[in-house]
Write a new protein. Structure first.
Length: 115
């Protein structure tokens, strides 16, 4: 059994000014630029930091998952709103462009990518 989405059956119409895909692409770039290491303080040397390391690892995994989810939302909006079915993919042009633009802006403003 497979599930297929039929745009015509539900009356989805392409719109020339649909911008949700680009917005989710921008959010993908924003999340990609977040620095997990700044979310968890380093504990003093005499205190076990195993919990800090585990939390940092869990946050990094969550961040990676959110990048994927937002990228897929971008793809879905692209297919549903603009009708540009060929724009879908895990890392389509819209996602790459938005992420690259965010990283370029982040670099110009002195932001880092250290995780």
């Amino acid at each position: 059994m497979s599930i297929e989405f039929d745009r015509d059956a539900v009356g989805v119409q392409a719109q020339a000014r649909w911008e949700d895909a680009a917005e989710f692409g921008r959010l993908t770039g924003f999340v990609r630029g977040m620095q997990v290491r700044r979310c968890v303080s380093q504990l003093p040397a005499h205190v076990s930091s195993a919990g800090s390391s585990e939390l940092r690892s869990a946050l990094r995994e969550f961040k990676d998952d959110m990048e994927d989810v937002l990228g897929e939302f971008s793809d879905t909006c692209s297919m549903l709103g603009s009708g540009a079915k060929d724009a879908a993919g895990d890392f389509d042009d819209s996602e790459r462009l938005s992420a690259a633009q965010f990283e370029e802006m982040n670099a110009l403003l002195g932001g880092g990518q250290d995780l």
